[in-house]
Design a protein around this ligand. Structure first.
Ligand SMILES: Cc1ncc(COP(=O)(O)O)c(C=O)c1O
Length: 389
């Protein structure tokens, strides 16, 4: 029986131009954000704003920090309710908890997106939605924005899994008031850690630049609003340090330029996996809607029968194929579910729970080639035939 031997967590090397840029920054000794002139961070902000079509961009310490910073800038206070997906990863409720706010969880549907009927029903309960495009699945953004606009709910987009993706031609992160991205090792660009924020709102931008800890260097942000805008917020924003450093920015700039090409490579692998995993016994792939331009850096399947999952997963794992399962009773690795977050008020999400019990997730590293994808699908097909029929 064939086994798969590659690692599901192995990244590609950092590209040579990024390594050279990083070495230049280290030789200069100027690693503090905006501390160099010209600044790698400021250039990254200018380039990322242009890439996403945003007026303003800000480079920060992590994706989680980006989300917390956006919540603070929107004036979310301790005890305030914040809507978010019932299925997401721990940094999302964590960012809400970091400002002392309370996650109000919204059901997710079989498309793995936030359930728009449940969102409409709960929209009156909060004035902010932290929308997680979890595992790269983008909801119907026209309808979502119509629901939120009608209810006076401001949308922050968590684009940790959708950097480079779009809905109906508008980049993910550009539908809501603020878009937040992660540059952590397992995301679409790899700085080890890091986050990016975009917005068109000059006041929000100024508040976030100040909040993230700019001392008197705030005007050096690559997309800085006018001094008059900063003047409205200086002194009122606490310094909650969470800057990106010049070294990470230097590593990221060449990677961002490569993102469209990398997205195509991810999608080649995703297409091979999707085709090979379609129509297997007991398993269903998630159909992607036509308006969604996704980056296939992970793939999800729904099983028919959750009771059969443990034996199937064990058989795949024995042959080197790693699935994450959201139906585990306890949190595992990077995977957790809302009922594991003891700091979040318990909430009834029967539809989400029924989906999580059936939901399998696989990372698709770019270190896999198309032959690897073929071997993975062969192993999964054989084990599905044995365990899920
Ligand atoms: C869905 C989701 N949102 C946000 C984040 C936050 O990113 P970071 O790890 O950079 O804080 C992550 C990271 O894993 C994530 O998976």
């Amino acid at each position: 029986m064939k086994t798969f031997t590659k690692s599901f967590t192995r990244q590609e090397p950092i590209p040579e131009p990024a390594i050279e840029a990083a070495v230049r920054v280290m030789r200069s000794g100027a690693l503090h954000r905006y501390g160099a002139d010209p600044s790698e961070v400021a250039a990254l902000e200018t380039e990322f704003a242009a890439q996403t079509g945003a007026a303003h961009a800000l480079a920060v310490a992590s994706g989680g920090y980006a989300m917390g910073c956006a919540l603070r800038a929107l004036g979310v206070k301790p005890g305030d309710p914040v809507l978010t997906n019932g299925w997401t990863l721990a940094p999302v409720p964590g960012a809400i908890a970091a400002v002392g706010a309370r996650p109000v969880l919204v059901e997710v549907g079989e498309d793995l997106c936030i359930d728009l009927d449940d969102l409409a029903a709960k929209a009156g309960r909060a004035r902010v939605l932290m929308l997680s495009h979890m595992r790269g699945h983008i909801a119907d953004m026209e309808r979502l924005m119509a629901i939120c606009d009608a209810a006076g709910v401001t949308v922050i987009e968590d684009c940790a899994h959708t950097m480079g993706a779009a809905w109906n031609g508008t980049p993910s992160g550009r539908w809501g008031a603020v878009g937040c991205y992660s540059c952590q090792t397992y995301k679409h660009v790899n700085a080890g850690e890091g986050g990016l924020i975009v917005t068109d709102d000059a006041d929000l931008a100024a508040r976030m630049v100040l909040l993230s800890g700019s001392y008197m260097l705030y005007a050096r942000n690559g997309t800085a609003p006018d001094e008059a805008v900063f003047a409205r917020h200086k002194g009122a924003m606490p310094n909650v340090s969470g800057r990106m450093d010049e070294l990470r920015a230097a590593i990221l700039r060449p990677q961002l330029a490569d993102l469209p090409a990398q997205a195509r490579r991810w999608n080649d692998r995703y297409a091979a996996l999707e085709q090979g995993l379609r129509n297997l016994p007991g398993l269903r792939v998630i159909d992607r809607p036509a308006p969604e331009a996704y980056v296939g850096s992970s793939i999800q399947l729904l099983t028919d029968d959750p009771a059969k999952v443990p034996a199937f997963l064990a058989a795949c794992a024995k042959r080197g194929v790693e699935w994450k399962w959201f139906g585990h009773a306890t949190a595992q690795g990077f995977t957790s579910a809302h009922h594991h977050w003891a700091y979040v008020e318990a909430q009834s999400l029967p539809r989400t729970d029924a989906i999580l019990a059936r939901l399998l997730d696989m990372r698709v590293p770019l270190t896999f080639d198309l032959d690897d994808c073929a071997l993975i699908t062969r192993i999964v097909a054989e084990e599905a035939g044995r365990h899920l029929r």
